[in-house]
Design a protein around this ligand. Structure first.
Ligand SMILES: Nc1ncnc2c1ncn2[C@@H]1O[C@H](COP(=O)(O)OP(=O)(O)OP(=O)(O)O)[C@@H](O)[C@H]1O
Length: 880
């Protein structure tokens, strides 16, 4: 059979390694070292190519030690005289042997003091032999198994993946704290005990093409109840949206707000909706679709019988999501419902041409956060006028808007002019800053029922919950950020923890993948996830460069901490570090090229502005806050930020032509046309990635995440060079392109491995930017995830990983390691750099958030410490 031989320059144990692959592309072993050492340099110089054949070679080489093969070495005639090829030619080898023999004899004679003439003659013979003619155009030589073999069963080489995995540290992440989930794991709050919808939409009644799973039927019933909330009937009933019923000494009843301790005799108004926070991939989209397909009256679920919906609202649901998941929603509607039953429309890009009247023909409108944020005027922050489209006919909603905080939406904001039955914010944790334009635009929508879907309700701190309440308008008055600050943030540890728990329990439902039903059966069965920390070592100059830059950044952090006004965040620091690194490398590069530092050329400026425009239109997220970038700025190294990230302000390009570029230091200088700078860590990590990808089992598709699109570019180039076909999903891509990429990738490619011929039309690797690709996508076709740079927020990483670890991940045979079916997650970390410490910070961050909910002492100090001490510890400041 034909075999393929190719260089494996990323092999860490042997830089001359040559892989042997089946014609289908699967690696079966390596060429014997004795031979690969000779051939490898010539292959790299492209002086030769190899054609190999052998008898049958099994796909599974376990148990196989060595096997012989025949290799033809082909190349251009002019290279044939290269002395490194002498060993291929019997005549040249004969001459060589004779010369060596003569040499030995000569040395012997010399040693014995024999005559000089003979020695000269022998020397001449040796030189002549080296230039002997011959051709290698079809030279070949047969070797025995010892000389020329496939090594297949030696530790570290015959099972390349096993060997690689052995060098990676397995990280215990399966037991990561899930504070919100844990609240539901106790006693009567156990979601397994929730009532089930008796007759959910499904295949039987023809309303949906799929049936809900049992826990999803419970979820649907809970959602319906939350859309029809009821106040407690007796003093013993649990509070609803924090309102508890109380009796005074005269037997009269009044209402106590358990959050603010305010009392009133007026019956409080409850709001409709809540937070569905099931872990990623358990079917929040699916349950929401079922809710849309269900009768709005709550029939069959409400104990008191159906309740007529308010007719002042249009019977329409608005779904607001990040652009990257808009296609997923249409796909899910198509898959589970179909156009005959429901009509939906995507209100984004060209889809925005429809008028209000035209939109009313649809049941569901899917739009994006970017469209919503664009509906507020640019300089709206100081305005406080009333929402323009409100005619005052929906009093409830007008009351919802805190008068001082009402916004003036643009007159043509169709989405704000509709009174929605229901508004759903998908990935609703994105509205984490209630003062941000995007959050305000969402809060200003008019809706009878408001929902947030998120698998990661808490990203940074308990304040994220407050931000969600601002949209939901639940648990008044804590939905007002100022009131939240007053009653929650400033409360004592114990009181705050109690309050947070009460808010979660009256607004949220969360089920996690490890939960079981009442009979002890898991909610869903998924393969396990194994996490590996895979360290790469930076050497020599790269290591030195990192040390120097980290020292510089450390000084900046110390300064910022002293001033206290800047409040640097983890992301700031990482960005600052990378920026400094890039600037340094850039500077060196420019010095070498003779480009004057500190100047930005017109062409480059045009390029960066174009890119900025493109990214803004595409709705790229701010690298620092992970939200849709407000008043976006781009750095010279093509990083995209909200204007407000002050540490970076000196280094950015603003959209308006009159604003100029102000490079921060003479070091930053100009950048090449595409602005890319190769950080040394990238190449070391890419080498590791290539090794792991190539060693993976046939059929295993992989997701590769990085937060820097520049890194993705370089990874892409390196992988492509290695013959590994890739596809790409990032924030700069248009909606249609994203859709097409996902559609192409989700087709399984069962027998292919990365880099084989079979991966050309159906790639085994998808490169994703963490910002655009971590949320909402269904990519269960993959069973391996690579995180190329650790992220500060564990929840963001969990989001990325759960693109594969979700319903539909049923390919356990694909990644069997040590006999266990598993999804593999690799955290590729540059050893001895700041990244090493990020993983520790992740764990700490989780613990600090958990503390806020548990009410441990000194929570507020701990909270502050995550900002300051951890930053300090990243750069070793605390140790000084
Ligand atoms: N009852 C069901 N029947 C068939 N497929 C289902 C069902 N529930 C969920 N799925 C599928 O499981 C996958 C994950 O579901 P879904 O996208 O709704 O999860 P999610 O919780 O919204 O995830 P994320 O938080 O990542 O957005 C989807 O492909 C969906 O079609």
């Amino acid at each position: 059979m034909d075999l393929e031989l190719r260089r494996d320059p990323y092999n860490v144990t042997d830089k001359n390694a040559i892989e042997v692959r089946h014609s289908r592309g699967q690696r079966v072993g390596y060429v014997a070292k004795t031979l690969s050492t000779r051939l490898s340099p010539l292959l790299s110089e492209r002086k030769i190519r190899l054609i190999a054949t052998a008898g049958p070679v099994p796909t599974n080489t376990v148990g196989l030690d060595k096997t012989a093969m025949r290799v033809e070495i082909r190349g251009k005639r002019k290279f044939s005289s290269d002395p490194r090829l002498d060993w291929c030619f019997e005549d040249r080898m004969e001459v060589k042997r004779k010369a060596e023999q003569a040499q030995r004899e000569h040395q012997e004679r010399e040693r014995k003091g024999l005559d000089e003439d003979n020695a000269k003659m022998l020397q001449k013979r040796k030189g002549g032999g080296g230039s002997a003619g011959g051709t290698i155009s079809s030279a070949h030589r047969e070797y025995d198994a010892d000389d020329y073999a496939l090594l297949s069963n030696q530790p570290g080489e015959n099972k390349p993946l096993d060997a690689l995995l052995e060098t990676a540290a397995e990280i215990e992440k399966t037991k990561r704290p899930d504070l919100i989930g844990d609240l539901f794991k106790v006693g009567a709050l156990d979601p397994a005990l929730l009532p089930t919808h008796p007759s959910p939409p499904g295949k039987d009644d023809g309303t949906m093409r799929s049936n809900l799973l049992p826990f999803q039927r419970q979820g649907l019933a809970w959602m319906i109840k939350m859309e029809h909330p009821e106040l407690p009937k007796t003093v013993d009933d649990p509070p609803a949206q924090l309102w508890a019923k109380r009796e005074d000494t005269q037997g009269g009843t009044y209402w106590l707000n358990t959050g603010t301790e305010e009392t009133t005799r007026d019956t409080p108004k409850l709001k409709r909706g809540g937070i569905l926070a099931d872990e990623m991939g358990l079917g929040k989209t699916m349950q929401t679709i079922a809710l849309v397909c269900t009768d709005d009256t709550g029939e069959g679920v409400l104990e008191g019988g159906p309740e007529e919906p308010d007719e002042r609202y249009d019977d329409m649901t608005l779904i607001v999501c990040p652009l990257s998941v808009a296609a997923n929603w249409t796909e899910q509607f198509q898959q589970h419902v179909g156009k005959k039953r429901l009509k939906w429309h995507v209100y984004h890009g060209d889809g925005r041409d429809l008028t209000k009247r035209e939109l009313r023909k649809f049941d569901v409108i899917i739009s994006t956060y970017q469209v919503l944020a664009g509906s507020l005027p640019d300089s709206d922050s100081k305005r406080s006028s009333r929402a323009s489209s409100a005619k005052g006919d929906i009093e409830d909603d007008d009351e919802d808007l805190h008068p001082a905080k009402k916004q003036k939406v643009k007159k043509d904001s169709v989405l704000h002019s509709i009174k929605w039955r229901r508004v759903v914010l998908d990935e609703g944790h994105l509205v984490k800053n209630p003062k941000a334009k995007m959050s305000r635009a969402c809060a200003d929508l008019k809706a009878e029922r408001r929902w947030i879907l998120t698998g990661t309700p808490i990203l940074n701190s308990a304040a994220d919950l407050g931000a969600m309440l601002s949209f939901l308008k639940l648990c008044k008055p804590l939905d007002d950020p100022d009131q939240w600050k007053h009653y929650v943030s400033k409360a004592s540890d114990e009181k705050r923890a109690k309050l947070l728990r009460a808010i979660v329990l009256s607004t949220t439902l969360r089920r996690t993948k490890d939960m079981v039903d009442t009979s002890g059966k898991p909610l869903i069965t998924l393969p396990s996830v194994t996490y590996y920390k895979y360290e790469v070592t930076l050497e020599g100059e790269a290591q030195q460069l990192y040390r120097e830059v980290e020292a510089e950044v450390s000084a900046s952090v110390q300064q910022a901490m002293k001033e206290d006004s800047t409040k640097p965040s983890f992301t700031h620091i990482r960005t600052l570090r990378d920026r400094k690194l890039a600037a340094r490398i850039q500077h060196d590069h420019e010095t070498a090229l003779g480009v004057p530092a500190g100047q930005v050329g017109a062409e480059q400026l045009t390029f960066l502005r174009g890119l900025l425009r493109e990214m803004t239109e595409a709705g790229a997220d701010c690298l620092a806050c992970n939200q849709w970038a407000v008043d976006a700025r781009i750095t010279m190294c093509q990083h995209f930020f909200c204007q407000s990230w002050s540490l970076l302000r000196d280094h950015v390009i603003a959209p308006a032509a009159e604003r100029s570029v102000t490079p921060s230091t003479s070091r930053s200088g100009s950048v090449s046309r595409n602005g890319s700078v190769t950080l040394p860590e990238t190449s070391a990590k890419t080498a590791a990635l290539i090794q792991l990808l190539k060693a993976s089992e046939p059929g295993v598709k992989s997701l590769v995440f990085s937060q820097w699109t520049g890194h993705l570019d370089r990874i892409e180039a390196a992988l492509n060079e290695e013959g590994i076909t890739t596809c790409r999903f990032d924030g700069s891509m248009r909606q249609e392109k994203r859709e097409a990429v996902v559609k192409g990738f989700v087709v399984p490619n069962k027998s292919a491995v990365a880099g084989s011929k079979d991966d050309r039309d159906n790639p085994m690797v998808m490169l994703l930017s963490l910002q655009a690709g971590a949320l909402g996508l269904n990519l269960t076709v993959a069973s391996q995830v690579f995180m190329m740079d650790p992220w500060w927020q564990p929840a963001i990483e969990a989001q990325a990983i759960d693109r594969v670890n979700r319903i539909g991940q049923n390919k356990p045979m694909m990644t069997v390691f040590a006999g266990v079916a598993s999804v593999r997650v690799f955290q590729i970390v540059a050893k001895g750099t700041v990244e090493d410490r990020v993983l520790e910070i992740q764990a700490k961050k989780e613990a600090v958030i958990a503390q806020a909910f548990s009410g441990h002492k000194n929570v507020s100090q701990s909270k502050a410490k995550i900002e300051i001490t951890d930053l300090a510890s990243i750069f070793g400041i605390g140790d000084q």
